[in-house]
Write a protein that binds this ligand. Structure first.
Ligand code: GDP
Ligand code: MG
Length: 456
């Protein structure tokens, strides 16, 4: 062990995924393993590598500290998640790893709410271009067109007003939320700037209680080319509100992401199978918008620059751009062990092209579990039966933790079907299992390998 360390290597990692993909459990489990490291349960780097002198650092200005202690406590005691205080949080920590003789690691993990990903399409676009992007999506997709029928009608009305268009758009978004469609933009309708999430209620109630914009006085909706031509005043008003929204809310979010060295992109393949082909298509669209904006990868000169900077510059001055993406299919404990390799294959089929199209990007695909929470029936190891504590009743309502039960799960397909309905695949959620003892981290799979990859 070196007595002193010459430098600090900083690694900024953005953790991304749609709502409920498992970002919070991932971060909680990862930090728990780093803080109380046990090389037998979390093995990364050279064989036997261990972590010492772990300490938390302050969060960056404008960022909340990720409520690690609160989340861990909620997981261990099957409690409710602590309230989101604001819409973005981070963990910053520093530690030594025994296989790096001369450098400390400073790790910053950014937890960005999945709801904001739907706003990625705003970056680099004017209000008119963003409107066209959304209107094209709505018009050319049968489920979207059906759900948004009222909005499309309101957009064609000769006497359209600011109020009529905004309220029709809000009603359409409310129906999209209730149909589990993730393309909700402006995303403040789903998650406002104080971090309050829309609560399930009727479309009308949702439409009146939520805002499409920074607040009640800055609402905007996409406008068709005809409306833009016929209503220049309304168009100018919406365009100004759109620009303010983009500058104040969306750009800082994506600016942080772009300055990360690595991304962990969590895609819950079981949720996509359970949700139907529409959810698959929406997720792919959102990831495509995201990759267009982030444009990860690096040129040959940037690679040289990064290596030089790593050697010669203090960590605070090192340039940042995304050169590694770990794609992660989470919750592998919810599928049968015989199917777990298929999770990775499905993930690769879904996002492989995105990564392939980025020059100079290192990408890797993982299945993972942040907190293994199911067991196999020893008597029938090949039956697709698991044991766990059910999280919801047969109607999908959350229930308090009770006794362990066994439940049947669907076989994962070899590849994505050409078409499938919501409900054809079934992977019931279970209560996560985390030891009460705080220095015993959850049983994980591949979190260590993901960390090794993103640290480079
Ligand atoms: N069985 C199991 N469930 C998980 C795991 N990770 C997350 N979950 C469940 O997935 C749901 C969403 O997780 P969360 O971390 O809150 O998602 P977020 O919205 O992306 O932050 C929760 O109900 C968790 O219990 C895992 O490793 N195994
Ligand atoms: Mg979360």
């Amino acid at each position: 062990m070196a007595a002193f360390r010459l430098k600090t290597t900083e690694c900024r990692v953005g953790v991304l995924g749609l709502y409920n993909a498992g970002k919070t459990v991932f971060l909680t489990s990862l930090v728990n393993h780093l803080e109380h490291h046990d090389p037998d349960r979390f093995s990364f780097g050279k064989a036997g590598t261990h972590i010492r002198k772990f300490r938390f650092l302050d969060a960056d200005t404008d960022w909340n500290a990720f409520n690690y202690a609160g989340f861990r406590d909620a997981l261990a005691h099957n409690g409710r998640w602590p309230e989101k205080t604001r819409d973005r949080s981070m963990v910053a920590c520093q530690f030594e790893r025994s296989d790096w003789a001369f450098s400390d690691v400073q790790l910053k993990l950014y937890d960005l709410p999945g709801e904001r990903l739907a706003d990625a399409a705003m970056i680099g676009k004017s209000f008119a271009e963003w409107s066209e992007h959304l209107m094209t999506l709505i018009r050319n997709d049968t489920p979207y067109r059906t759900i948004c029928e009222g909005f499309l009608k309101a957009s064609m009305a000769e006497d359209a007003t600011e109020a009529s268009v905004v309220s029709a758009y809000k009603l359409a978004l409310a129906k999209l939320i209730l149909s589990f469609k993730p393309m909700i933009s402006p995303s403040t309708f789903l998650l406002d700037i104080s971090g309050n999430l829309a609560k399930p209620s009727s479309p009308q109630e949702l439409a009146t209680s939520r805002h499409v914009g920074l607040d009640a006085h800055s609402e905007f909706a996409p406008l068709t080319a005809e409306l833009r031509a016929a209503h220049p005043v309304m168009t100018a008003l919406f365009a100004a509100r759109f620009e303010k929204y983009k500058t104040e809310l969306v750009q800082p979010y994506f600016h942080t992401l772009k300055s990360c060295h690595s991304l962990v992109v969590i895609v819950d393949v079981m949720m996509l199978l359970a949700g139907g082909v529409g959810m698959y298509d929406d997720t792919r669209q959102i990831l495509q918008d995201l990759f267009r904006v982030l444009d990860p990868g690096e040129t040959g000169m940037q690679t040289v620059g990064r290596h030089l900077a790593k050697t010669f510059l203090p960590h605070a001055l090192r340039p940042g751009w995304i050169n590694r993406v770990a794609f992660v299919a989470p919750k592998l404990d919810l599928v049968h062990p015989n199917d777990r390799d298929r999770m990775v294959r499905l993930l690769r089929q879904l996002v492989g092209k995105l990564a392939d199209n980025c020059d100079g990007l290192k990408s890797q695909y993982f299945n993972s579990a942040s907190a293994i929470s199911t067991k196999l029936l020893p008597a029938d190891p090949n039956e697709r039966l698991l044991i766990g504590i059910p999280y919801r009743d047969a109607d999908g309502r959350k229930i308090p933790p009770g006794a362990e039960q066994r439940f049947r799960i669907s076989e994962l397909p070899e590849s994505w079907p050409a078409n499938w309905q919501a409900g054809m695949y079934h992977y019931p959620e279970v209560y996560p299992t985390i030891p009460m003892r705080k220095n015993a981290a959850p049983e994980q799979k591949n979190l260590d390998k993901i960390l090794e990859f993103v640290l480079g």
